[in-house]
Ligand binder design. Structure first.
Ligand code: SF4
Ligand code: SF4
Length: 533
């Protein structure tokens, strides 16, 4: 598609051979009147009018705070819609809200969508907003892809209705700047899953270690995936470096080493402006040198600052970026890398997966997550809840009978289930159980975003973005690794929770094919399943 201002569209930029630059625009909480100092339309227009800037990307309530929506801003620049990326996050809208927003984006001509789980809401009118997280980023990617294919819904007069196809160019994020193996590997596995679900381009979250950025490309290459990756750069200042270093901004990492430099240069007469801008320009040069699809700049700066950073990035000698790789390696002590270090380039070695990691896959060490109750849960699942095995058939017959003729026994079975599962898993009685998907940890209680399809990008040092517990998916990974199942932990259909089953027996729903395991199974016609009666 050619954007109406006759410059290449974002899709063409990202899939073409030339290296383009994009800039992030964050909207505001409150009005942005034309001509005011915070006139966002003027800012966006000025960026898109700059020949050095290929596209802009507009955020959706970043940091979990309420802001003007991205398509409001994009709508003020109608002739440039092909060069605008709009973000869509799962924190404030349920699946219907997300689908409605996607139809709106498509109707308005905004096809470039970055699909994200989103930060946990932090603030709102009279207190913190209630988070939604009905879908996660994987589910959202799948929804957008289904809309591209022509969403199939039950027809009004029976049969199937196929809705008009959309043309979304779907992006997703990945968070490589994780300290531990049990945080990082699930991130990469989820990325692969999101690509299988329909992601067409990828942007890593923020960090200042070029080896880690490069690893994302290596992971994709190792799976034979040729998906464009965009290099992400945030223009630091002393204050922002401190904020990223504190871990309070989900997924953004500044190490002790970089903070030291930020404080040193930030204390100078120019407040570190030259240092920070040069750092950003060097990162962009490395992305270009390494064959990333494009470079993306964010930060609190005027359009002319972004322009001069891009100009600087373009002004380096052709091979300077190789030296910059070594300069910009602000990892943290003990940080896990999936590939071995190549001392020649300063990057990871393409064909050499971390040997220690490979050994640990062969002989997984015991870890604190492999408890007696976990082992017991696996055994029970094997005997009683695995289709065509053990007692499954017997229970299916029993629950079928109880469904036709409910009575004291079926009520007792539900009471027993509720109490036993509450005791063992802190079960919240959601009725659509994902314990087997999540190594017998309950996502409704142990993950702040109730994510059933892999980790969000928010964990820091193995802890949840909210700081109150170990990241749920880091725990799931450790459990599965012990049973040599970590590498295939996401090799299953995407889980869509069925809220209509809340406060009903999850055991009955399993045996009677009412839960996600049955409802989300491909049924031959690809029609979205209706809620069970
Ligand atoms: S996933 Fe649902 S049914 Fe399963 S333990 Fe958690 S709340 Fe209970
Ligand atoms: S537990 Fe992990 S996946 Fe869940 S919200 Fe927290 S950081 Fe994200």
């Amino acid at each position: 598609m050619i954007a109406t201002d006759s410059k290449p569209s974002y899709r063409e930029m990202i899939t073409g051979d030339r290296f383009y630059y994009g800039v992030e625009v964050v909207t505001t909480r409150g009005l942005s009147p034309p001509g005011s100092p915070g006139d966002l339309a003027a800012l966006a227009g000025s960026l898109l009018g700059d020949p050095r800037v290929g596209w802009i990307s507009v955020t959706d309530n970043p940091g979990g705070a309420p802001m003007l929506p991205p398509d409001w801003l994009a709508g003020l620049l109608p002739d440039k819609r092909g060069r605008i990326v709009v973000h869509l996050t799962c924190k404030d809208l349920n699946r219907n809200g997300l689908e409605a927003a996607a139809w709106r984006y498509a109707s308005e001509g905004f096809d470039n969508v970055l699909a994200l789980t989103g930060d946990y809401p932090t603030t709102g009118f009279h207190g913190q907003a209630n988070p939604v997280f009905d879908l996660d980023s994987t589910g959202l990617v799948s929804l957008l892809r289904s809309m591209n294919d022509g969403l199939k819904i039950p027809g009004r007069r029976g049969g199937v209705e196929v809705l008009p196809q959309t043309n979304f160019f779907i992006g997703c994020a990945v968070s490589p700047f994780k300290l531990h193996e049990h945080e990082l590997v699930p991130q990469y596995l989820k990325l692969i899953r999101k690509i299988a679900a329909g992601t067409q381009w990828v942007i890593p979250q923020l960090g200042y270690d070029m080896r880690k950025f490069h690893e994302v490309k290596l992971v994709l290459a190792s799976r034979g995936l040729e998906v464009p990756v965009i290099g992400n750069v945030y223009l630091l200042s002393k204050v922002v470096a401190k904020l990223f270093h504190s871990g309070k901004l989900a997924g953004c990492v500044v190490s002790d080493g970089l903070l030291e430099q930020a404080e040193k240069y930030g204390g100078g007469a120019d407040k570190g402006r030259v240092f920070f801008q040069e750092l950003a320009a060097k990162q962009l040069a490395v992305f270009k040198g390494l064959g990333f699809a494009a470079g993306y700049l964010g930060g609190m700066a005027k359009p002319e600052t972004f322009s001069s950073i891009i100009e600087k990035a373009e002004s380096f000698a052709p091979d300077d970026w190789r030296e910059f790789i070594r300069e910009i390696q602000f990892s943290r002590p003990g940080e896990f890398f999936l590939f071995d270090h190549d001392p020649q380039t300063g990057l990871s070695e393409p064909a050499r997966v971390n040997r220690e990691f490979l050994r640990s896959l062969e002989r997984p060490p015991k870890n604190g997550e492999v408890t007696l109750s976990y082992r017991f849960s696996r055994l029970v699942h094997d005997i009683a809840f695995t289709e065509n095995k053990g007692l499954f058939g017997l229970f299916r017959r029993l629950y079928s009978r109880w469904e036709k003729k409910p009575g004291r026994l079926s009520r007792f079975a539900y009471w027993l289930e509720k109490n036993a599962k509450h005791l063992a898993f802190e079960c919240q009685d959601c009725g659509d159980c994902s314990l087997p998907d999540c190594a017998y940890l309950c996502p409704m209680i142990a993950c702040s975003k109730h994510s059933r399809n892999g980790p969000c990008g928010g964990s820091a040092d193995g802890r949840c973005e909210l700081g109150d517990k170990t990241c749920f998916w880091a725990r799931v990974y450790q459990r599965m690794k012990f049973y040599r199942q970590s590498e295939t932990m996401f090799d299953r259909p995407i889980v869509f929770y069925h809220p209509e089953l809340k406060h009903t027996s999850s055991w009955a729903n399993r045996y009677l094919d009412k839960d996600h395991q049955a409802l989300d199974r491909p049924n031959g016609d690809g029609v979205q399943q209706d809620a069970p009666a």
